[in-house]
Design a protein around this ligand. Structure first.
Ligand SMILES: Nc1nc2c(c(=O)[nH]1)N[C@H]1C(S)=C(S)[C@@H](COP(=O)(O)OP(=O)(O)OC[C@H]3O[C@@H](n4cnc5c(=O)[nH]c(N)nc54)[C@H](O)[C@@H]3O)O[C@H]1N2
Ligand SMILES: Nc1nc2c(c(=O)[nH]1)N[C@H]1C(S)=C(S)[C@@H](COP(=O)(O)OP(=O)(O)OC[C@H]3O[C@@H](n4cnc5c(=O)[nH]c(N)nc54)[C@H](O)[C@@H]3O)O[C@H]1N2
Ligand code: SF4
Ligand SMILES: [Mo]
Length: 724
């Protein structure tokens, strides 16, 4: 009733010629429902209104969401394709000239062909992202392997969801970010949330999280900083960055000691408990307190609360995943749910907060170096055969698996990769160890970038292609629950911009590969092909149609046929996706971060986000309200540490690590450990914190260690402070 009333009110306020288009926010994995307000006379988006019918956010939005529409007709939009013929300008915004689409596409096809003739097919690479629809993500994987015929494709989810994916695959045999729908969260009795700043990064989850406490339940938060979430927690486990594995093992130790484990569940539905039990025996509160820096009583209290809660959900985010042992952290936190049997039923389970809008769907359909649509694996001959057959190519023509995102930059340095097609990512800001990565981009013989704004990475390109924004195309994304939802085109393509699918089909045609793409004339046809190709895979979308999504406010995968309603809850029948149907409890000994503090670099540096900006900041730094609220990156320092270094709030200092340095203004704040400093990463050029971060990779997920490295603060002289 309430929501219908509200909808009518909004309708009544529309001026003549205006309409609402029901769609979703483009930014984070919450994928909040929203209505775009469109002036049909000028065919432009002019505002946003809440959407109460979408069950995940129920009309709520965050500061990024309510200003997102301001991107669409922003004066910085690229209007026509750009070519730069003089490579001397690489790394700057200079020297580009506007050309027609035909000229740009023909030039790209001829340069790509020349490179492949000289150096082999695999000299080209595709580096992509998951702010795109499933349709675009699927087509990008096919474009790389069938269009360009290269093995080298990977994407920005490597820096985002890869450890969660590897951890879930190991523990459950399936990688869906949440085992429960978000509408379960406020109904549980205990949330254990590790390494998530949800109040700033998934703000529209907060009403559910607070509701757990309002109902008398408990909130346990693991974070080196006292985030808004941690501030209201019943227990805040304020650990040293990079020590989660010791903590998770310590919590399991206590759950076993307290008799809080579920022997029957362990016996019937899991493997690996005996060795894990033997391993965690040594992780006593005393040992864990020593490694993590958390007071023993707090660890004991947390284990007590989680153990006693009838229903509980373990949640985590990049704080635990972006480590050189991120995969192990994920499995170790997952162990808690498996050992207590608090999984495979409503209101109990495990969830990661998916990062990017389509961070879930975008990792299922073939943008990953080792993976094909439907979550098929490239090292499984049957999977390769199925996809080759669906695409109509000989099995022998299917490229081998490639390498992870950071490893592609290594191959650029050694000239194995000489060409790159970059879309939907800004690695000149978001990749670790940027001095090295920017050199890699500069060293390319030929680079294409597709974006709607000239990003820091586009500045390294020879050709820049203007693509449509999220509000100018139809399609689907898969949100952080695993729910496939519909995005609707609200205005026509801006200026001469074109959707990524159109661009890829045009390049494929010009490279003699048109026959594999010509039948795809838009998102709906592409989605239908994705459905068919995913059929029988783990991430089976075959039963999902645009119509069904509309009828049901989204459909959860796996969804195997048209009668299948999809699966909001996973494992309700206690069957996991390993061949024997059992989940794996993993014995994972603690190891420290790849780089520990020492005399030269005595501080721990961790990095992350603030509520007002999104990722590399290429989209949000252009929105006046967001820029005004948080104009420059700040270095968070505890008052004791500030005093020790003799630095004041607002002062500019030099922060350095073994890989690089940058000047930041200090924010003195008690809500951080004295041995730790924090910098958000949403800024480019000399302000990028990734000049300093450590590219040490997790052995399974190839995730870099964004969350922990050793650093030092250097006080600047008065003169340097003025100009620094
Ligand atoms: N406003 C905003 N929202 C976003 C995004 C954004 O850029 N801006 N990006 C989206 C994307 S793609 C992602 S991936 C998510 C990320 O969402 P989050 O992971 O929640 O964000 P981060 O700030 O990267 O890190 C989360 C927390 O991890 C803590 N942390 C650091 N080191 C450690 C550690 O060793 N252990 C533990 N337990 N915690 C640690 C940090 O103090 C921080 O509070 O947010 C999504 N939402
Ligand atoms: N230090 C540090 N570094 C990090 C992290 C961290 O916590 N700390 N987090 C990592 C994480 S979790 C992530 S997700 C990455 C993200 O890092 P990036 O991949 O660099 O993220 P974005 O800023 O979203 O870059 C997307 C670019 O594509 C453009 N774009 C948006 N939509 C589309 C589209 O549909 N098509 C095309 N062609 N372009 C589009 C945008 O304008 C933008 O320039 O950063 C990682 N880097
Ligand atoms: S919470 Fe995420 S999806 Fe929702 S409005 Fe904010 S940025 Fe958009
Ligand atoms: Mo992310």
């Amino acid at each position: 009733m309430q929501k219908d009333k509200f909808f009518k009110e909004i309708q009544n306020k529309l001026h003549p010629g205006e309409k609402l288009v029901s769609t979703h926010c483009s930014y984070c994995g919450m994928q909040c429902g929203m209505n775009l307000r469109v002036d049909t006379r000028t065919n432009t988006i002019i505002g946003v209104e809440p959407r109460y019918d979408f069950p995940v956010n129920l009309g709520k939005m965050c500061p990024k969401g309510v200003t997102a529409y301001q991107q669409v007709n922003h004066p910085d939009r690229i209007k026509r394709p750009l070519i730069r013929r003089n490579p001397a300008w690489k790394g700057t915004a200079e020297g580009f000239e506007e050309v027609s689409w035909d000229e740009a596409l023909t030039f790209i096809a001829s340069r790509f062909t020349e490179l492949q003739e000289a150096y082999g097919k695999d000299t080209l690479s595709v580096y992509s992202g998951v702010s795109m629809t499933n349709e675009k993500c699927y087509l990008t994987g096919k474009f790389a392997r069938v269009g360009l015929q290269t093995r080298y494709i990977d994407y920005n989810g490597r820096f985002c969801m890869s450890s969660a994916a590897a951890g879930f695959n190991r523990s459950f045999g399936i990688d869906r970010g949440s085992t429960v729908p978000w509408t379960d969260i406020h109904q549980t009795d205990c949330l254990l949330i590790a390494g998530s700043n949800a109040a700033e990064c998934h703000p529209t989850s907060m009403f559910r999280i607070w509701e757990v406490q309002n109902r008398g339940g408990y909130l346990i938060v693991v974070d080196p900083r006292e985030t808004p979430l941690a501030r209201r927690a019943d227990v805040h486990l304020d650990l040293r960055p990079g020590t989660d594995l010791a903590l998770a093992n310590g919590l399991l130790h206590l759950l076993i000691e307290n008799g809080a484990i579920d022997e029957a569940f362990i016996h019937n539905h899991t493997n690996g408990f005996a060795e894990t039990k033997a391993l965690v025996e040594m992780y006593t509160p005393e040992v864990v307190s020593e490694i993590t820096g958390i007071a023993q009583e707090k660890i004991i209290r947390a284990a007590e609360i989680y153990g006693k809660a009838p229903e509980a959900i373990v949640m985590f985010c990049r704080g635990v995943e972006q480590q050189s042992k991120g995969t192990d952290n994920v499995s170790a936190y997952t162990n808690l749910a498996l050992a207590t049997g608090k999984i495979g039923r409503p209101k109990s389970g495990v969830a990661t907060f998916t990062g990017q809008g389509n961070g879930q769907g975008g990792r299922e359909h073939g943008q990953k170096a080792d993976q094909l649509p439907g979550y098929r694996k490239m090292d499984n001959p049957q999977h390769v055969q199925e996809v080759a057959c669906a695409w109509g190519i000989p099995v022998a023509e299917m490229p081998q698996k490639g390498v992870s995102a950071y490893e592609m930059f290594e191959l650029m340095h050694n000239k194995t990769i000489r060409g790159m097609y970059l879309l939907c990512s800004n690695p000149a800001v978001s990749a670790p160890n940027l001095n090295y990565v920017r050199e890699a981009l500069k060293s390319l013989d030929f680079m294409v970038c597709s974006d709607f704004y000239l990003s820091e990475s586009a500045e390294y390109a020879d050709v820049v292609l203007p693509t449509t924004s999220w509000a100018e195309d139809d399609g689907t994304t898969t949100n952080l629950e695993g729910r496939v939802i519909r995005h609707r085109q609200a205005q026509s393509w801006y200026a001469e911009s074109r959707p990524d699918w159109w661009i890829q089909i045009e390049i494929a045609k010009r490279m003699g590969r048109g026959q594999y793409f010509e039948h795809l004339s838009g998102p709906r046809e592409i989605f239908d092909e994705l459905r068919r190709v995913s059929q029988g895979g783990t991430a089976d979308y075959y039963g999902i149609t645009y119509e069904k999504i509309e009828e049901r406010q989204g459909v959860f995968w796996p969804c195997r046929d048209e009668q299948d309603p999809g699966q909001p809850h996973l494992f309700l029948d206690k069957t996991f996706y390993h061949p024997d149907g059992k989940a794996k409890i993993c014995a994972l000994p603690y190891r420290p971060p790849a780089e520990e503090p020492d005399e030269e670099y005595p501080l721990r540096l961790t990095t992350g986000r603030v509520v007002y900006h999104y990722l590399s900041g290429n989209q949000t730094r252009r929105i006046p309200f967001l820029r005004d609220m948080y104009p420059d990156p700040l270095l968070e320092v505890h008052p004791d540490t500030a005093q020790k270094y003799g630095i004041a709030h607002g002062e500019k200092v030099l922060l350095k690590t073994r890989r690089g340095e940058a000047v930041y203004q200090v924010k003195v704040i008690a809500a951080i450990r004295p041995d730790t400093v924090f910098v958000p990463y949403h800024w480019g050029k000399h302000e990028s914190i990734n000049l300093l971060t450590n590219p040490a990779l997790d052995p399974y997920s190839k995730m870099p260690e964004f969350k922990a490295c050793a650093a030092e603060i250097v006080k600047l002289e008065e003169e340097e402070r003025q100009h620094g």
